[in-house]
Design a protein around this ligand. Sequence first.
Ligand code: MGD
Ligand code: MGD
Ligand code: SF4
Ligand code: MO
Length: 689
Amino acid sequence: MSTDKQIARSVCPLDCPDTCGLQVTLKEGRISKVDGDPDHPITQGTICHKVRHFPNRVYHPDRLLYPMKRVGPKGEGVFERISWEEALNEIVTRFKETIRDYGAESILPYSFYGNMGLVSNGGMDRRFFHRLGASRLKRTICNTAGSEGFQYTMGVPGTVDPEDTVHSRYIILWGGDFVSTNMHQMIFLKKARQRGAKIVTIDIRRTRTARWADEFVQLYPGTDAALALGIMNIIINEGLTNDDFIQTFTTGWKAFQERVKEYPPDAVARITGVPADTIQRLAYEYAKTSPSLIRIGNGLQHHDNGGMTIRTIACLPALTGQWKYPGGGALKGNGFFSVNKERLERPDLLPNPEVRSINMNHLGSVLLTAEPPVKCLFVYSSNPAVVAPDQEKVIRGLLREDLFTIVHDLFVTDTAKYADLILPATSHFENLDVYKSYWHLYVQLSRPVIPPQGEAWSNHYLFQTLANKMGFTESCFQDEPEEMIRQILDNPDNPYMKELSYEQLQKEGIVKLDHKKAPIYPDHLSKPEGKINLFSNTMKSRGMDPLPSYAPVKEGRDGTGAYQEAYPFMLISPPNHQFINSSMGNISNLRKMERKPELEVHPTDAQNIGLNAGDIACVKNHRGSCLLTVKVTEDVLPGVVVAPGLWWHDAHPARKGGINRLTPDREADMGGGAVFFSTAVTVEKKTSP
Ligand SMILES: Nc1nc2c(c(=O)[nH]1)N[C@H]1C(S)=C(S)[C@@H](COP(=O)(O)OP(=O)(O)OC[C@H]3O[C@@H](n4cnc5c(=O)[nH]c(N)nc54)[C@H](O)[C@@H]3O)O[C@H]1N2
Ligand SMILES: Nc1nc2c(c(=O)[nH]1)N[C@H]1C(S)=C(S)[C@@H](COP(=O)(O)OP(=O)(O)OC[C@H]3O[C@@H](n4cnc5c(=O)[nH]c(N)nc54)[C@H](O)[C@@H]3O)O[C@H]1N2
Ligand code: SF4
Ligand SMILES: [Mo]
């Protein structure tokens, strides 16, 4: 056996709630294996299959190792190696000319969660673009609608410690495919089930999670708020409420009851497609079992009505007082960690605090029509040519000859193919960083385990160097990653982070946020009212409906349950098992396991359209079209088609672009959120090549 074998600890940087601890095996300085850290309280030695393939990502033959500049037409992906010095000079010259001719707002940063490290994804970059005076970006593509909705009800973002979910006795997994997207939640729930818990999945599709659950409730897309109101209607009518809890801890009970009367089981059955007796039984079981837990997924909020849907579902546990019990309530995410953004991101550096702010979901239209125009686009930690809605517009925007696009990534992604300059990024194994999870309560330090590959630079180093090149003299541009981490951990306003220090993390690697500092059940429930807002004064003051309600989505089935004539199918494009968004979509083994971009069609619909398994379907609407291979399955309802995964463009037949060619760039009802799943389409068999 080689003596040159080493074991190192690391953290998974992907945009996944589990934020696993990793155990990395190094042979002769190279990563040979990635496992789960057995000492990690959540990971407990297990990680997903994707991340076991991380060595193939880090040492991928296509890994971008040098800066390159475009030498062919935009979109063709023909580049030539240049030095960092040339690349930086080109960026600085372009930025200075653009600011002189069009103003700094003509520069737009575009980034998301390619790397969840807190230094990597929101530190030096923000300082740099603030100081430059560039347009600001509203990072709305993932969870803003639901987070806003949840807070209208609860007043606080953080509620349940996932480790307490082993105590839950009745669990509803609502709008998330957690077997694929949050596997360690399932490990806790397996324990809960061994102790007698019942697990119900509510989804529009029979997912892996639905198969795993004890019961699967399938409904029409975007109708969940109606289902929640129907369940509450029954709980109230059957006298199953906990009146003491409601009196002490909620607002607006009287008005709320009036509203809920509008949703009797029969009406809800017509809207949702769930039989009235199933709704009745669900309500009864849920209300009669304590502690009961609702694990709220992200799928719900990617609809026009996503914010209100989550605000409505979040009211349910209060009716039976579930917040009193460990493992009871509703879990959307970990809201216990917060950074001192003023200090980390330094918005005070903005020359003009009124600078425009651009919703990232509108990237395509912004590139095509914004005034002042976007002349320089700087993409990092994101792949908008695949993940952003209304892709046809995004691509047309990226094709603009007068747009100067820079992409910083580990690979020549579909976005990078349209860039003028591409810059190599380090993988997280090459950086010092700190990680928090958006589900569990542990904070983790991750040290570099290998040196930067080729000439790759971290996000931090890139923006620090660019700041110096631009002549920015503020001392914050000299902060090294360790200093950034100290600033991230230092948030005295947050009671849960009081004792968290860099030294402690250095010593222990993993530290749990002390949520008992300000217990959530039930004393610390809601601000500013100090209660759970069944009626929300904040919403009222913002001109919104202050009570929970259901509004149909704008495309697809209307309020009467009828489909649009032109586009009779609703298309849902959820994440798949082996990729994380578009990341890992270029790892050949993982790609093989996912086979190809598919369209799941119900047998009745397939027969009506004349589609057989394996045919190529052309899915279309007024925004664009996409080619997918047909899978005929009863996992989906008639009238609903599902296309899992965000595939790289070259995986689609004819390499014509992906599923987001069909999705709308409208904003959800709250938080400027994305509405990927509120998409109506036609489906045809593709006959000609
Ligand atoms: N394997 C894997 N894991 C991932 C990701 C990935 O791409 N792959 N992505 C990561 C990211 S960025 C996120 S945000 C999370 C998201 O993970 P989840 O919280 O699981 O949310 P989504 O996967 O967006 O939700 C999709 C689920 O919602 C269902 N759904 C869609 N519309 C509706 C509806 O109207 N009602 C109901 N009840 N269900 C509906 C879909 O069928 C699907 O099962 O996962 C993270 N983890
Ligand atoms: N149709 C449809 N569209 C969706 C979704 C859906 O369910 N359906 N889900 C949406 C959701 S929830 C999300 S969160 C978004 C995700 O959208 P993105 O955050 O854009 O996710 P990825 O596609 O994984 O792209 C991340 C990119 O960052 C790169 N990267 C990784 N680490 C680093 C680094 O340290 N530095 C730099 N510079 N680059 C790095 C990766 O190689 C990858 O190319 O997609 C959204 N789009
Ligand atoms: S992708 Fe999620 S489950 Fe897989 S290793 Fe990373 S954090 Fe863990
Ligand atoms: Mo996301």
